[in-house]
Design a protein. Structure first.
Length: 360
């Protein structure tokens, strides 16, 4: 058994000391780009400051004959681009059972390791996968002279990974967060949907039939239906696992780029359940994520009123006819902390929250 005292010790001689707390940086959207696509690569500098996270994708959506070009393209982008203080650079490496993953890690960590903030690992099955990545990253950081530890983000894409989500979340000090991968998870679970994220019109509850004059149900009448969320349980359990271990949960991709309304709805569901961000597959989804994963001005103003009425969170007060106590005070502190963090990097948000406070 490994001693708890050793948990935060480097796993290789010369590797940087592991973090004890994951940096809480704005990550409302993780915007994917293909480094092997020259048109996409050329747009990366213009996306700095627009997207909280830019992710060079090396796995799905990159053809086998483009894998090396994507890896080399990401190295070039990392070297030539100044990402500033407000945009992180992530990468999604190839799966651990692929022939490309070792080259992905060896090349990226030793050549541009100080520019890579987070490595996203697909199809994580259990804590053993994180342990494997943890050790290799430490060895390569030492070899490449990387000064800060590269964090790890797991994608929840298999039933086994879902069953092991708590162990995955706590597998390493490197763990930054976990994303839902709905398409692969649906296939692995044998779910009967071909959609990439979002709901399904067949997953519903139906209103009870009306009663006739004699009190018996009239089954032939019109009855309302209410579509349900296929991913509610999965997201909620992922959020709990992340919260328990002090890391961050994310919704994954929403595949129907043109359905911006449903995308916003799904992102908001994830936000309300505790997710801090979602994947962006197209620039149109960046603004949706920025809007959804930022607290509203009204929520911030209300949270400030509660804090002013209960500075230390003790007791209970009435505000607008509703009781606020220590539990609601804690909820308000979550909103205010997030608003403060986001507005520090976003002048428009800072102005909106300031004006909301003045109006309140």
């Amino acid at each position: 058994m490994r001693s708890a005292k050793d948990f935060f010790a480097p796993l290789a001689v010369g590797a940087p000391t592991p973090v004890r707390e994951v940096p809480a940086r704005p990550s409302r959207m993780i915007h994917f780009f293909d480094p092997s696509n020259p048109k996409m690569a050329a747009k990366v500098p213009d996306m700095v400051g627009v997207s909280d996270v830019l992710l060079g994708n090396l796995e799905d959506a990159v053809a086998a004959d483009k894998k090396e070009a994507a890896r080399e393209g990401l190295v070039q982008i990392a070297r030539e681009t100044d990402f500033g203080e407000h945009t992180q650079l992530w990468t999604r490496i190839n799966s651990l059972d692929s022939p490309w993953v070792l080259d992905d890690l060896t090349t990226l960590v030793t050549e541009v390791g100080d520019k890579i903030d987070v490595v996203m690992v697909p199809k994580v099955q259990g804590p053993e996968d994180i342990h494997y990545i943890d050790r290799i990253l430490a060895q390569l950081e030492a070899k490449g002279g990387v000064q800060r530890p590269i964090l790890v983000h797991a994608i929840l894409e298999t039933a086994r990974g879902m069953a092991n989500v708590e162990e995955i979340a706590g597998a390493s000090p490197r763990m930054q967060g976990i994303s839902l991968g709905p398409a692969d998870l649906a296939a692995d679970r044998r779910m009967k949907t071909t959609r990439v994220g979002g709901g399904h019109p067949g997953y519903l509850v139906r209103q009870d039939p009306a009663k006739g004059t004699d009190g018996t149900p009239e089954y032939a009448g019109e009855r309302s239906v209410f579509q349900q969320d296929l991913w509610h349980y999965t997201i909620a359990r992922m959020v709990d696992a992340c919260a328990m271990h002090g890391i961050f949960p994310f919704y994954g991709p929403f595949g129907d780029i043109k359905d911006t309304v449903a995308c916003e709805d799904q992102f908001r569901n994830a936000f309300l359940l505790g997710c801090v961000g979602a994947w962006s597959l197209h620039p149109v989804q960046i603004d949706i994520a920025k809007k959804v994963f930022s607290p509203t001005a009204e929520d911030v103003a209300h949270a400030r009123r509660v804090k002013e009425a209960m500075p230390d969170g003790r007791g209970a007060v009435m505000i607008d006819g509703k009781m606020e106590d220590d539990a609601s005070w804690k909820q308000c502190m979550v909103v205010l902390e997030l608003a403060e963090r986001l507005s520090a990097n976003d002048p428009e948000l800072a102005k909106m929250y300031a004006e909301a406070g003045n109006e309140g």
